[in-house]
Design a protein. Structure first.
Length: 71
């Protein structure tokens, strides 16, 4: 199964933490980040990127279940 990764461009402040942690999954696109691929293989580092986002702009889903950011 794959996870779906979403970056809310309206919430993102472009800190670049996600792109630094996982450049293969996230990229800065001007003043905000975006997901390079809509789906990714389950990976703890993807969750770390969602957890580390200072704006909480990254959502990681396993089907309908939100798995990141973690509480």
């Amino acid at each position: 199964m794959t996870w779906k990764v979403e970056v809310d461009g309206g919430t993102c402040i472009g800190s670049g933490m996600c792109a630094s942690l996982m450049p293969e999954t996230f990229a800065l696109d001007g003043a905000t980040a975006r997901a390079v691929a809509e789906t990714v293989e389950p990976d703890e580092t993807v969750l770390d990127a969602a957890d580390s986002c200072p704006a909480m702009a990254i959502t990681v889903r396993n089907g309908a279940e939100v798995v990141g950011p973690r509480p």
